[in-house]
Design a binder for this molecule. Structure first.
Ligand SMILES: [Zn+2]
Length: 252
């Protein structure tokens, strides 16, 4: 836990701020039991083949990859995960009227489940709780597709057009959605305080929100368990447990 002077200082900045933009990564969800794929103990760090399997090209080309993916989705860790005190602190920040936008790289929707409104959350990597048809683009609830898998369809096709369904997330090899990234960067420019949480700020264009906000005059606060690539841009650097630090600085 950072020392109490630093916590008081940052808490004061957030009390004074009017347009806080929060950027979250996998680190905020690890206390909810959701693994960080790229962290030191991450699934992909320990098993690089699993990352290769998850590319969009493999998924579209190989029915066996899709069948394995659906099997994994049925028992996915996200379905039982609950928001932790870090998520709840950010929901409290919105209730205080401070939150301008919440940009997240996470696909678990734990921010919305914690109480953040859908209009405030910008999901740059999509969501696993929805399915999209690769052919016609229709989006439907994941649980509907999983019910079909449980009923015996190993690779359920789109009910409208017969196309390939996948989770509505950005897979490896798949392009980000330009409109979503633009919305995130515009929000960053409008921030008076940018709070980066649980991300090592290595992945662009999303990490670019930090220098953009700073250039536009925002204070930068970074909360993470380990050093990040952009620590040199921070007005305050807080290392430690995210689910302990956020309630201490967000108030409410
Ligand atoms: Zn379709």
């Amino acid at each position: 836990m950072p020392n109490s002077d630093l916590i008081d200082t940052v808490r004061g900045w957030i009390d004074a701020a009017q347009r806080v933009v929060v950027l979250t990564g996998a680190g905020i969800s690890t206390d909810s039991g959701i693994p960080d794929f790229r962290g030191p103990q991450g699934l992909w760090t320990r098993n690089p083949a699993a990352e290769k399997q998850s590319t969009i090209q493999n998924y579209l080309a190989d029915p066996q990859v899709r069948i394995a993916a659906w099997r994994n989705r049925v028992d996915h860790w996200a379905w039982s995960a609950q928001p932790n005190d870090g998520h709840l602190a950010l929901a409290a920040l919105e209730r205080r009227g401070k939150l301008h936008a919440l940009i997240t790289q996470n696909v678990d929707e734990l921010h919305q489940i914690a109480g953040n409104s859908r209009q405030k959350v910008i999901e740059v990597h999509g969501t696993i709780r929805r399915v999209m048809c690769w052919q016609c683009g229709e989006r439907t609830p994941m649980q509907e597709a999983l019910a079909r898998v449980r009923a015996g369809e190993a690779d359920p096709p789109c009910l409208r057009c017969g196309g390939i369904l996948k989770s509505d997330t950005i897979s490896f090899g798949q392009a980000l959605v330009p409109e979503v990234i633009e919305r995130a960067m515009n929000a960053a420019i409008e921030a008076d305080l940018l709070l980066a949480v649980g991300t090592t700020l290595r992945v662009y264009p999303v990490a670019g929100a930090v220098p953009l906000a700073r250039q536009a005059g925002a204070r930068i606060v970074i909360v993470n368990a380990e050093p990040t690539e952009l620590d040199h841009l921070a007005d305050a650097l807080m290392q430690g447990s995210i689910s302990e630090i956020l309630p201490a600085i967000c108030g409410g």
